[in-house]
Design a protein around this ligand. Structure first.
Ligand SMILES: Cc1cc2nc3c(=O)[nH]c(=O)nc-3n(C[C@H](O)[C@H](O)[C@H](O)COP(=O)(O)OP(=O)(O)OC[C@H]3O[C@@H](n4cnc5c(N)ncnc54)[C@H](O)[C@@H]3O)c2cc1C
Length: 610
């Protein structure tokens, strides 16, 4: 049997042609340069930033992806040890100014649109998601301090976070409180000088202890004694590893200690910690925002964080797909079913229809996921910079309703893409010599963290579709109907049919929403929520079908004037859209039936029947 050597990862992070299609042909991101905030930018400056990101990702991140997976961080009782390539990569990331890419010029930023920064970050996620987690957390941390911190807190921490001198964490979870944050126990004791002392333990904290940066800024959820029970009594605090003096120099080490490292299935390069706050006289901490508003502050950043997790899932799926495609084109095995002459050479496995099925499914999932994630990232920009207050409000509502889908859908279906990438590789895919098994392991986290997919489903049905009297879902309905109508007026009979199918599929979603909102029967609402996962599946598939139809309409319009390589690119888009509408969208009929019939199979199952 011929063993095919793995190709270097460099060329297989993301298709630049596809990224350009999504950014400029589908989303017209260059139109943002007309807005005051982005007036200094052009498509060329956007592309230059993406080029820099691609180069650093390929040369510094991808090159140690496997090594850091095989040599995960260790604790020698004193220090956390991480292979040196991680720090070298992160130094290159920070030196290029990427940590502050979306921030104001005055803060040392580039004032790039969020969607462009996500196009940059896509390369890091594809190259080495574990090393990319350090800047991802730091940027989220900085954004939160930027949005909610006092002027003094911003002055103390922001410049150092945005330059990469300090890194950040998010400390929410405790052993007894993961999905249910209302049950956190970390205590914040007020001090006479207005600061607080933290006592408690946090579980699963990514990047909680390391020497990759001079300092670590922990953002910690805790309860002030006497505050209301549940989520209404949670406050947010800054607790740095080293106290920071007025001049920015570092002071004494804070009372925050590493209780141990967690050893994970994937994302192994991201050190994951159990942190104890206040083993001695309490960890010095400062309140961010108002007391008892900690979760609201966190949720303010949740849309961006969840889109980031969804795009991470997309890019792991995308990298797996590009590896599988390359392998399938180079792996000779078997002969065409109709011509099994053993004297003839074997064909590359891409010639087998079943392998094309697996590649097409991956393409449909990952390119659909990329377009959805980038669309949501553009909505972040629209929410902040659209011309009219009404346009900003609508973008915010649309973003709210799409966020659980943008997080959960890729973490399920782009993980499925990773599984198919292994299958395309056959036995080699199951070996650690190749990269695809690591992509799968890394991607498995994305359905769990930043709110499990089960929690996303409850959020979508229980909260998002009903918020503002259903305003968000109505805007989504308007947008989907617009695309369906456009498709029904297309020249291609197939696109006309897809337009009709999309209309019917979304009507089913609205059917469930209406029943749920109008339900006087509490049992109906309870059963619908018990089946919220099915609703998320159905709505996610309909939304991605919508995104695919939008891509197909652009591809069909541009095909006529395309040269040969671009012609193939657009035909590939049209074929993947056909795959999604013929093979995937029909699944929503079954999911709708379960919801429509208020299926109680899971709800009625008794614990003692297992
Ligand atoms: C590698 C890794 C990195 C992480 N990094 C961080 C970090 O940096 N900071 C941080 O604060 N946390 C972090 N986490 C924690 C992560 O956010 C939690 O694991 C996650 O929120 C789930 O909490 P849990 O693990 O306690 O699971 P649980 O909450 O116990 O959930 C277990 C299962 O029960 C389901 N479930 C729970 N409640 C309900 C409900 N009400 N209805 C229906 N189903 C429910 C869940 O969907 C899940 O399937 C990380 C976790 C991992 C594994």
């Amino acid at each position: 049997m011929t063993a095919i050597q793995p190709m270097p990862l460099q060329s297989k992070l993301v298709s630049r042609r596809d990224l350009a299609f999504v950014l400029y042909e589908l989303l017209s991101v260059d139109g943002l340069t007309k807005r005051a905030r982005y007036a200094d930018h052009t498509r060329e400056t956007f592309d230059a930033a993406i080029d820099i990101a691609a180069k650093i990702a390929e040369e510094r991140f991808a090159t140690h992806n496997k090594k850091v997976d095989q040599n995960e961080p260790t604790f020698d009782g004193n220090r956390v040890l991480i292979i040196p390539e991680v720090k070298a990569a992160l130094d290159a990331y920070c030196s290029a100014g990427l940590m502050a890419a979306a921030h104001d010029y005055e803060l040392g930023g580039m004032q790039l649109p969020y969607v462009v920064t996500q196009a940059c970050f896509a390369h890091f996620n594809a190259a080495n998601i574990a090393t990319a987690a350090y800047p991802m957390l730091t940027m989220a941390n900085a954004n939160l301090i930027h949005a909610w911190g006092s002027e003094e807190q911003k002055a103390t921490y922001l410049p150092h976070l945005l330059s990469g001198r300090f890194f950040g964490t998010m400390c929410l979870t405790e052993t007894q409180a993961g999905s249910s944050l209302s049950d956190i126990r970390t205590r914040a004791e007020p001090q006479s000088d207005g600061s607080y002392r933290l006592f408690g333990s946090k579980m699963w904290i990514s990047a909680g202890e390391h020497e990759l940066s001079e300092n670590i800024v922990h953002l910690v959820l805790a309860k002030i004694p006497g505050s209301p029970p549940g989520v209404k009594g949670i406050s947010l605090f800054i607790a740095p590893k080293f106290l920071v003096n007025r001049d920015g120099s570092l002071g004494a080490r804070n009372d925050i200690s590493l209780a141990g490292l967690n050893h994970k299935m994937g994302y192994r390069g991201t050190v994951n910690t159990v942190l104890n706050f206040g083993e001695k006289d309490g960890a010095a901490a400062w309140l961010v925002g108002a007391p008892n508003r900690g979760l609201a502050c966190m949720f303010h950043m949740m849309n961006e964080a969840r889109i980031g997790v969804g795009l991470g899932a997309v890019m792991l799926g995308y990298a797996g797909y590009l590896h599988a495609l390359d392998y399938a084109r180079n792996r000779p095995q078997g002969r065409p079913a109709a011509a099994k002459d053993p004297t003839q050479p074997q064909v590359a496995i891409v010639a087998h229809a079943d392998v094309r099925r697996m590649l097409l499914a991956q393409k449909a999932y990952v390119e659909g996921g990329l377009a959805l994630g980038m669309y949501c990232a553009l909505l972040v920009d629209e929410q902040k910079t659209a011309e009219s207050p009404e346009a900003r409000r609508e973008a915010g509502l649309l973003l709210d309703v799409l966020t659980p889908i943008a997080k959960a859908w890729p973490s399920q279906w782009c993980l499925e893409a990773n599984s198919l990438a292994i299958q395309v590789h056959g036995g080699y895919g199951y070996s650690r010599e190749y990269n695809v098994e690591q992509f799968y392991r890394d991607n498995r986290l994305n359905a769990i963290h930043e709110g499990t997919n089960g929690i996303q489903a409850i959020d979508l049905l229980g909260r998002k579709v009903g918020m503002d009297d259903g305003a968000a879902i109505q805007i989504l309905a308007r947008e989907i109907s617009r695309t369906a109508r456009e498709a029904m007026a297309a020249e291609s009979p197939e696109l006309r049919r897809f337009g009709e199918q999309l209309g019917v599929a979304f009507a089913r979603v609205m059917d469930v929403v209406r029943e749920f909102q109008c339900a006087n029967d509490r049992n109906y609402a309870r059963t619908a929520l018990a089946n919220a996962h099915v609703f998320l599946e159905m709505t996610g598939h309909v939304v991605v079908a919508w995104i695919w139809l939008r891509m197909a309409l652009v591809a069909a319009a541009n095909l006529a004037r395309a040269d040969a390589p671009d012609g193939n690119f657009y035909r590939g888009k049209l074929q993947a859209c056909s795959f999604f509408f013929r093979w995937e969208l029909p699944k929503t009929e079954h999911w709708h039936r379960l919801l429509n019939e208020s299926d109680r199979t899971c709800e009625d199952m008794q614990d003692n029947w297992f």
